[in-house]
Design a protein around this ligand. Structure first.
Ligand code: OOB
Length: 536
């Protein structure tokens, strides 16, 4: 340790709910939380594998040595900009190699990236910038036909905290790369908040999830062990790199820490992914169920050599047993189901478990320190084999959302997170997800909070009341349906599906949250307290 290490005091971020000291002590004594930061975790690998390929994207190949150099150059650039330890910087990028370099450059200086999916738009990002009091915002010029440079300009003019907007790919990184590199050393502590991520969402506004280096790396290491990640691993990453499935379950973090190779793709469609598997000898991939189905149903699988693919992970939403059973015969890979959440817990089916287990269960926790309770409506534990609400507490599960005392009720007094998932646990600890008690739509792994969409719909001049619900869909699992009660005398045409979508898009809502179906109603059924009943 250097002299400056001793000078580091813990980073205090107001709005973070700490772990009780006795839990922190237990996790450290048990060797689950280690004395290591994100950059120490990665730089150990960079030093050992400097000549090996870390990242592949299109024709670009980046060695570990080059990645380390890029991180330290960008870190020097951020420091010159005046970004300091603890400062929040919203990162809103697609899967590109500089995503990894930029996020790790922020970790290197102890700044706190706020990791956001590229699909989000002004409504969400504006709120996230404000909520996190971000000093920086990093994006790309355009994505999916959306002008993100304009979004950056709009954010800058409306935010009182935002000083720096950086547009990657339009020369925006040049000033950061202009001169010099930092020396890699400890500038943050393992107990510091490393980053803020987004919760799947049940409320009218996104909630931010604070993870420390210790909490998150504990889950990265555990996932790597569950999935046999080594320096021979070639991992294809098609899901957004800001999502925890793509980050740490086992995600790109595990593969880079082991000295393996991460192949990034802009999306996971078979025509994009299959040639990459054949060309680079991909061994593992993580998919959401609709993508897994697209792979199974694609005739392209006969045209590409997919024989290196050993593990196909599926998670984010329920994968049907019938589809799971097709994976080995049709793709030659072992299916590994994963059930996880930004808030922390992630579970895996073990690679050597029986075909029955891997096709019907969503996994079990990675460590004995992950506590699971399955409870009834009175918070009383149900019998093994019975369905109930899943509560969890453990070394990688947060104790509260960032700056959100109003949402602390989703954590019990003794620190269990109420996941809002209904599960059955079997005698071996495996979980089967059977339903949901939270007000959320799971659209093929992308989470939509009805309250967020309803809130915007109520701002429409023709809408008197709105209820947004999930409807079954053969491919996505669920789609988004808006039931609208028009104001008296309104022409129904003003509330056609295209018009409603256009209205919400204009409000800056991400495309995946836009209703797939609109139905006009003349009245709503009510619950006893007068709320719109969603069950009926
Ligand atoms: C993952 O994380 P989030 O934060 O986008 O969503 C969490 C929620 C869970 O509470 C559950 O409702 C649902 O997504 N979910 C699943 C599932 N995996 C997640 N529901 C049924 N079956 C599954 N396998 O989605 C996530 C994070 C890390 C690893 C995997 C998924």
């Amino acid at each position: 340790m250097t002299a400056s290490t001793h000078a580091l005091a813990p980073l205090v971020l107001d709005g973070v709910v700490p772990y009780p000291p006795e839990f922190a002590q237990k996790y450290r004594e048990n060797g689950i939380w280690l004395d290591q930061t994100f950059t120490e975790f990665l730089f150990a690998s960079i030093e050992q594998h400097s000549e090996d390929t870390a990242l592949i994207f299109g024709d670009t190949r980046i060695t570990y040595g080059q990645l380390g150099e890029r991180i330290l150059t960008l870190a020097a650039g951020f420091e010159r900009l005046g970004i300091r330890r603890g400062d929040r910087v919203v990162v809103h990028l697609p899967n590109i190699p500089d995503y990894v370099a930029l996020v790790f450059a922020l970790y290197e200086i102890g700044a706190v990236p706020v990791l956001t999916p590229i699909a989000l738009r002004l409504h969400e990002i504006g709120y996230i910038v404000e909520e996190s009091a971000a000093r920086g915002y990093i994006t790309t010029a355009a994505h999916d036909g959306n002008d993100l440079a304009a979004l950056a300009a709009e954010l800058k003019s409306s935010s009182s905290t935002l000083e720096h907007t950086i547009i990657v790919g339009s020369g925006g990184l040049e000033p950061l790369l202009a001169q010099g590199t930092l020396e890699h050393r400890r500038r943050s502590l393992p107990s510091d908040v490393a980053f803020l991520a987004l919760s799947g969402g049940t409320t009218d506004r996104p909630k931010l999830v604070p993870h420390t280096h210790e909490t998150y790396l504990a889950s990265v290491r555990a996932a790597a062990a569950m999935t046999d990640i080594t320096s021979d691993t070639v991992q294809l990453v098609v899901l957004p790199m800001s999502h925890s499935f793509a980050m740490r379950s086992p995600g790109y973090l595990s593969t880079l820490a082991a000295g393996g190779t991460v192949v990034m793709a802009p999306n996971g469609s078979p025509d994009v992914a299959f040639p990459l598997i054949a060309e680079h000898g991909v061994t593992i991939v993580a998919l959401v169920p609709p993508l897994a189905l697209a792979w199974l149903n694609s005739s392209l699988k006969l045209q590409h050599d997919l024989s290196t693919l050993a593990v196909m992970q599926v998670g984010g939403a329920k994968f049907s047993p019938d589809s799971a059973r097709r994976v080995r015969p049709e793709l030659g890979a072992t299916v590994q189901q994963s059930f996880g959440m930004a808030e922390g817990l992630h579970t895996f089916t073990r690679l050597d478990a029986s075909e029955d287990i891997i096709t019907t269960r969503q996994g079990r926790p990675t460590t004995d320190a992950d506590e699971i309770r399955v409870v009834d409506a009175h918070d009383v534990d149900v019998e093994i084999g019975s369905a109930g609400d899943l509560l969890t507490r453990g070394p990688s599960t947060i104790r509260g959302y960032y700056n959100a005392p109003q949402h602390q009720h989703v954590f019990t007094e003794d620190g269990f997170y109420r996941t809002g998932d209904i599960v059955v646990q079997d005698a071996d600890g495996y979980l089967t997800v059977t339903g949901r008690s939270k007000d959320q739509i799971n659209r093929g792994g992308e989470k939509v909070a009805p309250a967020e969409v309803e809130d915007l719909l109520l701002a429409h001049e023709s809408v008197h009341e709105a209820s947004v619900q999930g409807i079954p869909d053969a491919v996505l699992g669920e789609r988004v349906k808006a039931f609208l009660l028009p104001r008296a005398g309104v022409d129904p045409k003003t509330l056609s599906l295209p018009k409603v979508r256009q209205f919400l898009k204009g409000k800056g809502l991400a495309a995946y949250k836009l209703p797939d179906v609109v139905e006009l109603v003349t009245e709503f059924e009510r619950t006893a307290v007068g709320k719109i009943s969603k069950r009926k």
